[in-house]
Design a protein around this ligand. Structure first.
Ligand code: AR6
Length: 176
């Protein structure tokens, strides 16, 4: 499903973020050491090849909510943004850190004059963020950027399972 806010198209698809050939920037749900890992991080590093971990580790460590950008090597995209999502807890900083991941990734994509960016559901796997909360924060952060968008024309959420797709597309359709 998709919605347009200002000039920005925001869409949800179910799929694999390493196979988004038409997208300039893909976002990795990484860890603070930027050393690779499981989940979407593992998939992105496998598809990009060994140069990616060298490039990302050179920019580590980062804090939860921060993001850095590297080349995409063997991926079909131009850039990879590496975000460290927060591990879910009831600490009041955690939702702010998750929103900051999206905001910082969008800013880095704008710096590269990218037209499109794809996000996975950051923190919603191994880091345990409840899907409905993660979807609401993600969609709100992207929507907050819509009227300030410069080069970006398309933001795609690539959700791996039907359950995550349902949470994110539900949040996008409820956006006022
Ligand atoms: N494409 C899109 N989404 C995917 C893919 C894929 N190929 N593979 C998994 N997902 P997670 P986190 C979904 O655990 O919670 C790593 O070890 C997955 O189903 O990858 O931020 C890092 O190194 C889920 O919905 O990231 C960190 O240590 C979403 O991506 C830690 O995990 C995020 O799940 C980060 O945990």
């Amino acid at each position: 499903m998709q919605r347009q806010i200002g000039e920005l198209v925001i869409e949800c698809v179910q799929g694999d973020i390493t196979r988004q050939d038409d997208i300039d920037v893909i976002v990795n749900a990484a860890n603070k050491q930027l050393q690779g890992g499981g989940g979407v991080d593992g998939a992105i590093h496998r598809a990009a090849g060994p140069e990616l971990v060298k490039a990302s580790k050179a920019l580590a460590p980062i804090e939860a909510g921060e993001a850095v950008i590297t080349e995409a090597f063997d991926l079909p995209n131009n850039w990879v943004v590496h975000c460290a999502g927060p591990v879910y807890s009831h600490n009041a900083e955690v939702p702010k850190q998750l929103a900051a991941c999206y905001r910082n990734a969008l800013a880095l994509a704008e710096d590269k004059q990218a037209a499109s960016i794809a996000f996975p559901a950051i923190s919603a796997g191994i880091y345990g963020y409840p899907l409905d909360k993660a979807g609401a924060i993600a969609v709100q952060a992207v929507s907050d950027h819509a009227l300030a968008a410069l080069s970006l024309q398309r933001v795609r959420f690539v959700l791996f399972s039907e359950e995550v797709y349902a949470a994110f597309s539900g949040a996008l359709s409820e956006l006022s």
